[in-house]
Design a protein around this ligand. Structure first.
Ligand code: GTP
Ligand code: MG
Length: 200
């Protein structure tokens, strides 16, 4: 039986082109685009799912990985219950970028659950980031690690069910309306509707 709903603010962080937006869009709409535009500023997406006999409302802030937007990130990760830090398994630099995000979240966001996600696992023949090194890093930093493909959909839902399973239960809130939508945060009215409740 589904009881009260649980709202979970989740932030996606990571270098540009690692597939953050594709993962979010795959989760919310089950779609994938080969030519996804780089995100400008950030995007908000919402989806409600039922798991473990509970209803979870995910409020997802998909940040822009381009360097010029980096200073905006704290606005989006502040208050997040979980940070999904994404790198591209075919690009070593993006793993370095992910490590920087892990350090920043650990320093600035005390109670934030961190998931490290190696995306584009459909390109496993072109893997450039050594998996043993990643596993050592994950163990020594006490992180949850998963590999995904926004292209095939592999493990995309699992990212969110894993978050649901690992968030302490003190986040339960009153019953809420389910959501399943993508908001253009570059549109002032749409942004205002959400930032009023969710942001900073
Ligand atoms: P920024 O918004 O600039 O931070 O980038 P992003 O991390 O949101 O990357 P985005 O989702 O825009 O994806 C970048 C490119 O990678 C797109 O052209 C996608 O088609 C491709 N891509 C994303 N996920 C996958 C994946 O799992 N497999 C493959 N093969 N390509 C992917
Ligand atoms: Mg993006």
């Amino acid at each position: 039986m589904i009881g009260r709903g649980i709202s979970l603010k989740v932030v996606f962080l990571g270098d540009t082109a690692v597939g953050k937006s594709c993962l979010a869009v795959r989760f919310v709409r089950n779609e994938f685009f080969e030519f996804q535009e780089p995100t400008i500023g950030a995007a908000f997406l919402g989806k409600t799912i039922n798991a473990n006999d509970k209803r979870y409302k995910f409020e997802i802030w998909d940040t822009a990985g381009q360097e010029r937007y980096r200073s905006l990130a704290p606005m989006y990760y502040r208050g997040a219950k979980a940070a999904v830090i994404v790198y591209d398994i075919t690009d070593e630099d993006t793993f370095k970028g992910a490590k920087t995000w892990v350090s920043e979240i650990k320093k600035k966001s005390n109670n934030c659950l961190i998931l490290l996600v190696g995306n584009k696992v459909d390109l496993t023949n072109n893997r450039k980031v050594d998996i043993h090194m990643v596993k050592e890093y994950v163990e020594s930093n006490n992180l949850i690690y998963m590999e995904s493909s926004a292209k095939t959909g592999l493990n995309v839902d699992k990212i969110f069910t894993t978050i649901a399973e690992n968030i302490p239960e003190d986040n339960e809130q009153n019953e809420h309306e389910p959501i399943n939508e993508i908001v253009n945060v570059n549109n002032r009215e749409e942004r205002a509707r959400y930032t009023q409740y969710n942001c900073c």
